[in-house]
Write a protein of this length. Structure first.
Length: 200
């Protein structure tokens, strides 16, 4: 079956095409050939578990793409639009995400070690230094300069510091026990990583 990958800027311009069973298979083939996929429109594609190690995906449109468990190690995603992308458990080690838009992306359990996030946007916040990512706890934790995400809950450092027990308990059945155990070290990390000092 002939499948075409078109440009996000001009739907009539074909960036790459070939005979393949699925778009996922075609992308793997393109990446293995070192194809320049700059500006490709992959909106809404199911790329679960795809291996795109080292792929050139600069400026690619990956809105609402399912990349669960995908291996993007060393890929170049400079300026890519990953709005709403599902990146749960994805391997993003050493990925170049400079200037990428990750607004609304699910990064739960994603491996961001060594990733370049300079100028990237996570839920509208522009990243200026590498976030802190903590795995191995009951909830996955991501700390940026202004926000901390614990599981699916994302609030400012200030908001987390002011939450009372009933508010935390209402978040999840395990939330209060987790917070009582980890609040102090997590808030210390937030303060060290923050642009501004957390009010006492």
């Amino acid at each position: 079956m002939l499948i075409k990958i078109t440009s996000r800027f001009d739907s009539k311009r074909v960036i790459y095409e070939g005979d393949s069973e699925t778009l996922k298979d075609l992308l793997v083939k393109a990446a293995s050939e070192g194809a320049d996929l700059t500006g490709a429109d992959l909106t809404g594609a199911d790329l679960t578990g795809v291996n795109l190690r080292g792929a050139d995906l600069r400026g690619t449109y990956l809105t609402d793409v399912n990349l669960r468990g995908a291996d993007l190690t060393g890929a170049d995603l400079t300026g890519a639009d990953l709005t709403g992308a599902y990146l749960r458990g994805a391997y993003l080690t050493d990925v170049n995400l400079r200037g990428a838009d990750l607004t609304g992306a699910d990064l739960t359990g994603a491996d961001l070690r060594g990733a370049n996030l300079e100028g990237a946007k996570i839920d509208g916040e522009e990243i200026t230094k590498e976030p802190l990512m903590i795995q191995g706890l009951y909830y996955w934790v991501l700390i940026t300069e202004s926000y901390m995400r614990i599981g699916c809950k994302r609030y400012t450092h200030q908001e987390w510091s002011e939450f009372k027990d009933p508010t935390i308990a209402a978040m999840d059945s395990k939330a209060l026990d987790f917070w009582n155990e980890w609040k102090a070290p997590l808030m210390t990390m937030c303060e060290k990583h923050s642009k501004v000092e957390i009010l006492k």
